[in-house]
Design a protein around this ligand. Sequence first.
Ligand SMILES: [Fe+2]
Ligand SMILES: [Fe+2]
Length: 273
Amino acid sequence: MLTLKKNTIEIGLEKPLKILHITDSHLPFYCENDSEAMIRQGKKRNEELSVQSLKDEMKYGEENCDIIVHTGDLIDYISKPCLEFAREFLKNEKLIFVAGNHEYAKYDGKTEDMIYRMNSLQEMSGGLGVNMFFNSRIVGGVNFVGIDDAYHQVEESQLIRLKKEVEKGYPVILFMHAPLYEKELYKKSYDFWNGEICVLGSDTVAHPEVVGDIAEPYASTKKFYEYVVNEPRIKAVLTGHLHFDFESELPSGAMQYVTNRGDKGNARVITVV
Ligand SMILES: [Fe+2]
Ligand SMILES: [Fe+2]
């Protein structure tokens, strides 16, 4: 069963554009050649529900929307059948995608950081057949820009490329896995995830009452954060990762939408007018 949140963004488009935002499908396929850790994890997940939910969401998007945006954690770990599925799934021409942390996950107990990502990418023979680090597409007069911030960090080259996309002059909708810091969101996320830091740019603007074990952002992450939250040509930011719904207004006036997990049938429909 689908649970759809609905929003409208007004940016003065000539013709309305309908977006389906899906995130966090956590597909848990495994086969006997996969690691014990991945098989154990796969058995804990509800494969049937994840698969059915994604089917229902995609059917809705195909029939009712102009574009489908998936903001990562499509798969739960990099098992052989998960990679095969993702490579096929991402060929859908209506779909744009950016990686989440689970696109690199192995459940091997190691610290998941930028080096972990590089190692996983090597094991995945390069990736999933799409550019997971940075991609963009213009649809209906809107420039959709996807940035891999799976570990709550953004690299300088991603910021440079984002600025080039913004300079093209189209209204921009940014889509990423981890959300941008915002005070109320941070508090909610901190409670929901038992003190883990799950938002991007946290310590640049954190308030003493919500500070925990702060993850130190790179200088490039701080620059990215300041640019995005203040840039008026970025009209909305679509994210996931937190496994709950949240909407907040950024200092620029743009809305950030965090969408709940797709493996339980959640998705968001945004009409841009
Ligand atoms: Fe997730
Ligand atoms: Fe995630």
